[in-house]
Write a protein that binds this ligand. Sequence first.
Ligand SMILES: *[C@@H]1O[C@H](CO)[C@@H](O)[C@H](O)[C@H]1NC(C)=O
Ligand SMILES: *[C@@H]1O[C@H](CO)[C@@H](O)[C@H](O)[C@H]1NC(C)=O
Length: 472
Amino acid sequence: MSTSSPQHGPDAKGAVALAVALIVIWTSLINIRQSGFFYHAESSQEQYDVPESVFIKEAMNVEFPAPIDYKSIQDICTRNPSNFQPGLLFSCEEQHGGIGMIRNEVLKCIRYAIHGGGALVIPSMSKRNPKDITDIETTVEVPLEYLFERETFVEHLTKGCPGMLLYDRAEDFPNYAQRQREPIHLLGGQFEGEYPRTGLRYPRQWRGFFDSWLNEQQIRLSPETPVHIKIEQSFLEYPVHDDGDAFSRDFGKILSFRKDTQALAAKVLFEMKRQFALPIDPTKAVNPNAFYGAHLRLEKDAVEAWDPEEWRYSRMEDQFQQQFQNLVQTGLSVVYVASGNQTVVDLFAAYLERRLAADSGSGLAKDGVRNRNVTVVTKYDLLQGDDRRQLEKMTFDQQALVDFLIMFKASAFMGVAHSSFPWTVALRRHELSRYANYANLGSDLLKDEYSTIMGMRADYPYVDPFEYGIWP
Ligand SMILES: *[C@@H]1O[C@H](CO)[C@@H](O)[C@H](O)[C@H]1NC(C)=O
Ligand SMILES: *[C@@H]1O[C@H](CO)[C@@H](O)[C@H](O)[C@H]1NC(C)=O
């Protein structure tokens, strides 16, 4: 209709102009917000008061401590254009341990699959026995999403490593039924035999070793008759820094924790802010002057694995004391405890109270902790109603993910040197540090502005080479 078009013209223009104006206003609001107009650390509490739903969303959107950068992963994955070859499939099942260990085992398996240039079955793991938490090597196999985000994993790995094809099950691999033989088991470190504490000496020759090993077994790769290699669990042998700092920083980010645990962690953070009026900006990785994160590794499985007779920091008193001393130095008064054992948390709270009372009048008083009340909290205290029920339905290891995420964001963090959990937290937080080295500020383990691994090397019978073998 000819009459309508002239009328439409100006209307459409008007709408476009209005939309443009709105976008301009909207983006300038975002800019104001980002420049800290609404969020100013030093000033009063109200400025952090965003509605709960906004807080939760923003807290969940912060990829800790910075979003994944695919570039460094792509550089490694595409370094050799003919790296990936058809007819070769890797998998890694039965990874077991706590979250720190499983996460690293999965990453290591993928790192070997990149070297080998094969496709990958999306990793799975053994489920810890819920009736006995010391029983980790079970035959109950659970999929990746038991602890991690499956879709995000596929997206991250596909973008970082476009040549690597992913399969839900080995049987989905082309011509899997015509495979040359049953899956062949491989230990990532087996080609080097002995290697030093710092890990494999020749990680860049892994592919060469692997190709010779296939040759020795008269295995020729062919898309018609594929080969399936199962990577077995092995401990901290891969020197993660060999791929450069950028890769070692970003690679671990291909695995993010389950969305529901991220939502619960965001809720915990919100509750801490609300109940104690803490200066927590959800868009920040770490907020200063907010809360102290204490990881207490005193659950039954830990005390059994590291005999307190020999392992000083497997003793409750020694672990508590280190935490207390560190806490006093930070001057923080809200203590979030990450622990899988509520009895331990209660004992710790009582210990702190005792120490604070006993030490009043001593030199510690000036640090100001005593004048404020120190409050010990856990996820169980902070989550109520449906959230609490959701948490309680989760298993020991799934619940630990909530603690893990909260520890990332603590103003100060401390844990022991014999567990991979605190090392993973501290190493990831180290990305924010202005110090290049881990051992700093009077520690020969790890101490920076954000985290402390307690004690000195000499306080432990030995310290596993976490700083060489864990992707933060
Ligand atoms: C929790 O800690 C207490 C005190 O150390 C201990 O007696 C108990 O066995 C622990 N339970 C678990 C499941 O770790
Ligand atoms: C600590 O908290 C308790 C209970 O909230 C209160 O009775 C007490 O006066 C507080 N002490 C100090 C020193 O603020």
